[in-house]
Design a binder for this molecule. Structure first.
Ligand code: SAM
Length: 458
């Protein structure tokens, strides 16, 4: 093992990929500091709150001059931006270049939610995202990030890829951001260097092959599959595309690259034709290591249309009837909503995706969907935090702008003396972005920031 904890077999493989001279540049780049990059939530903020340079392949991405203390920025907690390494943001270039229709997308390996928030932004009010994470504990952070992002256009599921078998030909786009050996994270995460071994690469490749085998058929005719990893080796990348195309009918997709981006195109020869992959090396691009390949399902491949059901039956969820949905929409200032009730709490879901959602409900473990609005008791709303930070109107509630210090005290869930003119629920905002609710009882003010999300020890 070298001084920098780099495995000799990894060095050998990278020397073959890059050549001896360029490998030296690559190894030097691993000792540099990682760039700090953020992607804005255009539904919440228009300009970057920090000085920085735009990321050339991501219109909402910025590379910051220095790393701010994000935890002490109320805008970070309000879901105004997501801290994401910039190579991954290339997915927005792919979506825009291909003009991928805004339909139903699946992010199969979604936690903590970097790419899910990107897909959710792209889909906006038109599409639906199914953000799936197999590891239960990682669902918590995925849910928190999507709730803060606030668009209400996703369903969060907790399933193994094998559980999707009933949803063949169902999705317009499937993203498989596969668990991998993490070579591209050697700079950001020194632990990844220690964990690397040829056996680990083999193990990851075996797992990736299983995932592709289970997910390759989920894309509908004319739809797209995006396969990505944060690793460089051929076994986990090119070999996987060869496997996928030998098992399922796919057509190649080539992305136009600006040479200034220094992204490397790889031609993947397979029996089915020449496919393309794109590699991001940390010594060439302002980002971490990344690999991405995009494939298109032939137009005549199977498409599954969800079946409309007469009656809605579910163990826990109750459907709110059409008339009651219209009344709620008028009352709340929403549009085209389908509401469901779960333990007396209302969830708002985009009406246009109701049939798809109800089909998904039959085969997957749903952890969250749309936006939880809250409970209605004696004609009064007990609003949820999720509603507060969502982009949806909060008709009828008072709002109050607070200073940065007051915002941070609120986010620490500390009690503080704030003067309000009105009693009852008050939405606190910072730079006009919602942070959450307080309730003014007259003699005291209760802080309703979620306990698990509070800022600790700062
Ligand atoms: N897409 C995420 C993002 O942008 O924030 C990062 C995903 S990470 C590279 C890979 C994810 O795959 C992890 O969250 C991991 O828990 C999940 N995973 C692990 N084993 C898996 C399996 N067998 N099938 C599907 N996902 C798996």
């Amino acid at each position: 093992m070298s001084k920098a904890n780099i495995h000799p077999e990894f060095q050998k493989g990278m020397n073959l990929l890059l050549g001896k001279v360029e490998y030296q540049e690559f190894e030097l780049a691993l000792e540099e500091e990682s760039p700090t990059t953020i992607r804005l939530n255009p539904y919440k903020i228009e300009e970057s709150p920090y000085e920085g340079k735009p990321i050339p392949w991501a219109p909402l991405g910025y590379s910051l001059e220095k790393r701010p203390a994000f935890t002490l920025d109320p805008l970070f907690h309000a879901g105004a931006y997501y801290v994401q390494e910039s190579s991954s943001m290339f997915i927005s270039e792919v979506l825009l270049q291909l003009q991928v229709p805004k339909g139903i997308f699946l992010d199969l390996a979604a936690a903590p939610g970097g790419k899910s928030t990107l897909l959710s932004t792209y889909l906006g009010h038109e599409g639906l995202l199914v953000a799936n994470e197999v590891i239960q504990s990682r669902n918590t952070i995925l849910k928190e990030n999507l709730i803060k992002w606030g668009l209400g256009n996703s369903v969060i599921t907790n399933n193994d890829p094998a559980h999707f078998q009933d949803l063949e030909g169902f999705f317009d786009l499937v993203l498989i951001d596969a668990p991998c050996s993490g070579e591209g994270m050697f700079r950001k995460d020194p632990e990844a260097r220690k964990e690397w071994s040829p056996d680990h690469v083999r193990l990851c490749a075996g797992r990736q092959q299983r995932i592709l085998d289970q997910a390759g058929g989920l894309v509908k005719g004319g739809g797209y599959l995006i396969y990505s990893t944060c690793t460089f080796n051929h076994q986990e990348n090119e070999e996987m595309i060869r496997f996928l195309t030998s098992e399922f009918a796919y057509e190649p997709v080539r992305i136009n690259l600006d040479p200034a981006w220094q992204i490397e195109e790889s031609s993947i020869e397979s029996e089915e034709g020449t496919f393309f992959g794109y590699r991001f090396y940390p010594h060439r691009v302002m980002g971490e290591g990344f690999f991405i390949s995009i494939l298109k399902r032939p137009d005549d491949a199977y498409c599954q249309e969800p079946k409309k059901k007469k009656d809605f039956k579910h163990q826990f969820l109750k459907l709110v009837d059409e008339k009651a949905c219209q009344t709620l929409d008028e009352e709340l200032g929403f549009e085209n909503s389908q509401f469901y009730l779960l333990n007396d709490s209302y969830f708002r879901f985009p009406q246009m995706w109701k049939t798809h959602f109800e089909q998904i409900l039959q085969s997957l473990n749903i952890r969250y969907f749309g936006i939880e609005i809250g409970k209605k008791q004696k004609n009064e709303w007990i609003p949820s935090h999720d509603w507060a930070v969502s982009i949806f109107p909060k008709k009828g509630f008072s709002t109050q702008e607070v200073s940065r210090e007051e915002a941070l005290e609120f986010l620490r869930k500390n009690d503080q003396e704030l003067n309000f003119e009105k009693l009852g629920w008050i939405l606190l905002t910072y730079q006009n972005l919602a942070l959450g609710w307080v309730k003014n009882l007259g003699n005291r003010v209760n802080n309703y920031y979620p306990k698990d999300w509070r800022i600790r020890n700062l």
